[in-house]
Design a binder for this molecule. Structure first.
Ligand code: CP
Length: 343
């Protein structure tokens, strides 16, 4: 898509992952989101404009907050669900479409592009082929064929709107400056995509936090992404360390961010992942005992969350749980992102 000119010499085009933007610009978006939340800003930059919201997968927070956000900015949200309320989509190049897919993404995106001023898209990992899915083929095809800005509403690899809301929540709860932040894997009965932990770690590094990432054997993050996280941490005055010590990981941290994810080596074989993770059941859970090791940490999770599997009732219902404010902040930060992006 063509570049979109913004204030001064900044250029913002698609919003696919936070590392496409300098840390200072991300911090400025969080400032705007906090101002929107306080009620200091009541602009309607989307007056007379429509935004396509394409959901290949289920959602509560992303769908509702985008729909409300577009409306509150003066625009009209157009929600499409390929394979359900719109035609099923093929995205691969050069295939003979004699199967169950009705329309190619090339036509879908270029037609939608004629109606709307931006397109948001949610397209989860299918957990079938790691080497293909780690390249985010569906999201990138949207970006290739759209002339309007594309906003990632969670792809196989990234959930940047979530991580921006997460950074806003840390700032809101604990103030400015670097914090000691733990991202911890948690046991879940089945493998889940990696977009949330990837994006949380990347954004925490870009915001200069001291980041600890805890996971058991078999659940390493993508090697190239880890290199990027380490680079961003170094460039922005933060740090990153890795541990498999499920209890020690909680020592002295100020933020506990829990998430389960699947192991990349198990893509295409979910049963093997389920069998491997069984040994971590009831050990990799955020409970009161682990939280007592922290420096009075806040508890965060992107939601939805399985109670007493990922986190105990006692932790998620405690005064230090930030999960509902974190979900509310999706609305404010996405309004700030859309205000920047859609001209
Ligand atoms: N956190 C998040 O993206 O929630 P939904 O899947 O409900 O949109």
């Amino acid at each position: 898509m063509p570049e979109t000119a913004c204030d001064g010499d900044r250029i913002m085009t698609d919003f696919l992952k936070t590392s496409d933007f300098p840390a200072a610009e991300l911090a400025r978006i969080v400032d705007s989101a906090l101002a929107i939340k306080r009620g200091d800003v009541s602009l309607r930059p989307l007056d007379g404009k429509s935004v396509g919201l394409v959901f290949f997968n289920p959602s509560l927070r992303t769908r509702a907050s985008m729909q409300v956000g577009v409306y509150e900015l003066g625009g009209n949200p157009v929600i499409l669900e390929p394979g359900s309320t719109s035609w099923s989509l093929e995205h691969r190049e050069g295939v003979v479409m004699d199967g169950n897919k009705t329309e190619h993404l090339k036509e879908f995106v270029r037609v939608l592009d004629r109606y709307v001023s931006a397109i948001g898209v949610r397209t989860f990992a299918e957990l079938k082929d790691w080497e293909i899915e780690r390249k985010d083929p569906i999201l990138n095809a949207f970006a290739e064929y759209a002339s309007v800005p594309v906003i990632n509403l969670e792809s196989a690899m990234h959930h940047p709107c979530q991580s921006m809301a997460d950074m806003m929540t840390v700032r809101e709860k604990l103030g400015e400056g670097k914090k000691k932040v733990l991202l911890t894997w948690a046991w879940h009965p089945k493998p889940l995509p990696m977009a949330v932990p990837n994006s949380f770690a990347l954004a925490a590094a870009q915001f200069g936090h001291d980041l600890r990432i805890a996971f058991p054997s078999g659940y390493d993050l993508d090697r190239e992404l880890v290199a990027e996280i380490e680079r961003e941490a170094k460039d922005n005055g933060g740090s990153v360390e890795f541990t498999s010590d499920v209890n020690g990981a909680f020592e002295d941290v100020e933020v506990v961010y829990a998430k389960s994810w699947g192991g990349s080596q198990f893509y295409g074989g979910n049963d093997a992942d389920i069998a491997h993770r069984e040994q971590f059941r009831r050990k990799w859970i955020v409970d009161e005992s682990k939280m007592s090791r922290t420096n009075d940490a806040i508890f965060m999770h992107c939601l939805p969350v399985r109670r007493n599997v990922i986190v105990t009732d006692g932790v998620i219902d405690s005064a230090r749980s930030a999960v509902i404010d974190e979900a509310e902040n999706r609305l404010h930060v996405q309004k700030a992102i859309m205000t920047e992006l859609i001209k």
